[in-house]
Design a protein around this ligand. Structure first.
Ligand code: UDP
Length: 328
């Protein structure tokens, strides 16, 4: 298939692009390079630098590539914390950008769409692990913006016959030898912990140790980015057979912030000092996914279910790219 990957220069989008190419698909990447890195885009992909707010650029893209079979939509503002400070970047821009993309996609006859959605839809889960029947309670404007787009897709299915999957993923993590997590500013736990191991930060601050969890720190479900990428490909390839679906994606086991730091100490051999700080706004105590549906329906199996293997893969990339893509 020929797949348009928006945000294909970003962390998860570039990994998925590489996996799509390896699986024999053709890829067109659209990215504005706001957070993405040109160097992350595999050379075999066609690269278009453009913003989804730029409707003329979208019109050109679909005119240049009238044969796109499906879209994977990663391009987005993605930070929970930022969305609490700048809600309209999320509630307006994420939505408008997705709406622009969908408008041109439907006009061009594209019938398949995979959305990067989020565990931030589940701010108040009644059951753990969280399955697809859990009540949607967005935890932030970021989560709400993804929910808006999920609803938009449901209407586009009903009105235009678009088939879609929403992949609600938990904590994307891990790297490959050629591609890694490189955000500016970095806010995610594993890369920050590894920056301490590299001597780039004196310590890691743990955001709160008074949560109702076994050691008081937040528990998350860390899923390797390559396993996420594989889920995107399976979801795209299964749309014709199963129709539109929503899948939760995680490994199904939770690790606390302190457990992540301890595992990183083991992997890196560095003492990684930590200090306890205040809670971060918007953080639920525990988020663990039930991925039973995607496992049973699509046969998805994580290749890296083990936290130590995930952190080891991230350490390999960070050790060999201590300044990310920028200064290679
Ligand atoms: N976290 C932390 N210190 C940091 C960054 C993150 O204690 O410097 C915690 C955060 O509160 C959350 C977990 O680590 O409980 C994972 O956070 P991250 O930002 O990596 O992903 P999120 O869960 O927000 O998607």
């Amino acid at each position: 298939m020929k797949i348009l990957v928006t945000g294909g220069a970003g962390y998860i989008g570039s990994m998925t692009t590489a996996e799509l190419l390896a699986a024999g698909h053709q890829v067109v990447v659209l990215d504005n390079l706001y957070q993405g890195h040109r160097a992350a885009v595999p050379p075999e992909a066609t690269f278009v630098q453009a913003d989804l707010a730029d409707r003329a650029a979208l019109a050109r893209l679909f005119a240049d590539h009238p044969d796109i079979d499906g879209i994977m939509h990663f391009a987005s503002y993605t930070l929970v914390g930022e969305s609490m400070d700048k809600p309209l970047l999320y509630l307006r821009d994420n939505l408008v950008n997705a709406a622009n993309l969908l408008e041109y996609a439907v006009e061009a006859g594209v019938r398949r769409f995979i959305l990067s959605s989020t565990a931030n839809l589940f701010d108040d889960p009644a059951r753990m692990p969280i399955d697809e029947h859990e009540r949607i309670v967005p935890g932030s404007p970021y989560g709400e913006s993804k929910f808006f787009i999920e609803r938009l897709l449901a209407w586009f299915e009903r009105i235009y016959g678009l088939r879609y999957c929403c992949l609600r993923y938990f904590n994307a993590s891990g790297d490959t030898p050629n591609r890694g997590e490189d955000h500016d500013p970095e806010t995610h736990l594993i890369p920050l912990v590894l920056q301490v191991a590299l001597g780039q930060r004196p310590h890691i601050t743990v955001f709160g140790d008074d949560y109702p969890t076994p050691d008081g720190t937040c528990v998350r479900d860390y899923i390797h980015v390559v396993d996420l990428a594989q889920a995107h490909i399976l979801a795209m390839e299964s749309l014709d057979q199963f129709g539109s679906q929503v899948y939760n994606l995680g490994n199904g086991s939770g690790f606390s912030v302190l457990e992540v730091i301890e595992t990183a100490r083991k992997v890196t051999g560095h003492p990684i000092p930590h200090v306890i700080g205040p809670r971060r706004a918007g953080d639920p105590a525990t988020l663990v996914a039930s991925s039973t549906t995607i496992r049973e329906k699509l046969g998805w199996q994580p290749r890296y279910p083990d936290l130590e293997a995930i952190i080891a893969s991230a350490w390999e990339w960070h050790r060999t790219h201590p300044h990310g893509y920028a200064k290679e």
